[in-house]
Structure formats: structure tokens, C-alpha cells
Design a protein around this ligand. Structure first.
Ligand code: FES
Length: 168
């Protein structure tokens, strides 16, 4: 008999380790993919959503643009999600801000405070932002408004994901 012969005990150990490893990898792969998936995704044209806002109608005064991202899949649940943005023109550039306040997440409005008609105003705790999204010192927000990625196509404003403010 050869000395390298695998004993029944070793065979069972190897088999159990193999099956256990296979099952563990089956459980870990979705978790790893879930964790790193956003990093692997590139921002292609498909990541932008069409809005009904015509570029030609934009001025230097922010207007609220509502849009819907269709059928976002969350596990087995599919739903449309409603979003809005404050959009205006700054020279040739189209600027679009997320309306989510950087204090506690309420929705900001343009010109919502009659004492500061040229600023974004958060009604929850009187937070204010200048037109470039910068939080006004002495009010609760702790950072500037996020920007949306913007694309123009067929004369319409298309909006992508949000990024940190690049204007301030
Ligand atoms: S949530 Fe906007 S100021 Fe508090």
C-alpha cells in the first residue's frame, strides 16, 4: 500500500471543506458585489433621465424641475421614484442642484424667504444657501447643496446622479 493514500477521514475532511467553501463563496459573492458594484458602474448616457425642461427656456433664475426615474428595482420590488432639482443657466453652463438640505434633509426652495429672495431657503430650520449652493454661515446647514450631473439632449435637460458641489 502507498504511503500517499488518502484515508477515509482525510477524504471526508477534504469533501466537507470543499462543500463548505463552495457554500461560503455562494453567500459571500453577492455581498461583495453589493459592496463594490457602485464603484464598478460607469456614468454612461443610460444613467441620465430626461426631464420635460427645455434648455431654451432656462434663465439665470432657478426653476424647479420634477422628474421620475422609472422602475427602480429593489430586490423583487419595482417602483418609480420621484425627484426634483433646481435648475438654471450660468452663462453657457446648466446648473442643477439637489433640493435636499444638508442639515437634516428637508427640501429647499428658491426664494422661499422674503428677506432673502435671491437664495435657496430651507423652511425646516431657516437654513439658507446662496445661488451657487453655498451654505450661508450662521444658518444650520453644514455644507453646500449637491449638484446633479447635467446633459443636454434634443433640447431637453437630462439629469444624472448627484455629485459634491463644484461651484463653491
Ligand atoms: S433641514 Fe434644512 S435647515 Fe434643517
Amino acid at each position: 500500500m502507498s504511503k500517499n493514500r488518502v484515508s477515509r477521514r482525510q477524504f471526508l475532511s477534504y469533501s466537507i471543506m470543499g462543500v463548505g467553501g463552495f457554500m461560503a463563496s455562494g453567500m459571500l459573492m453577492p455581498m461583495v458585489r453589493f459592496a463594490i458594484d457602485p464603484v464598478l458602474q460607469s456614468a454612461g448616457e443610460g444613467d441620465f433621465t430626461a426631464t420635460s425642461q427645455k434648455v431654451s427656456e432656462l434663465t439665470d433664475t432657478p426653476v424647479r424641475v420634477d422628474f421620475t426615474i422609472e422602475a427602480r428595482k429593489d430586490g423583487w420590488y419595482e417602483s418609480d421614484e420621484a425627484y426634483s432639482a433646481w435648475v438654471y443657466k450660468s452663462g453657457d453652463k446648466i446648473v442643477a442642484f439637489s433640493p435636499v438640505c444638508k442639515h437634516l434633509g428637508c427640501t429647499v426652495n428658491w426664494g422661499g424667504d422674503k428677506n432673502h429672495p435671491d437664495q435657496f431657503f430651507c423652511p425646516c430650520h431657516a437654513g439658507r444657501y446662496t445661488k451657487d449652493g453655498k451654505n450661508v454661515q450662521g444658518t444650520p446647514p453644514i455644507g453646500p447643496l449637491d449638484e446633479y450631473l447635467v446633459m443636454e439632449k434634443d433640447g431637453l435637460v437630462y439629469l444624472g446622479g448627484t455629485t459634491p458641489n463644484t461651484l463653491v
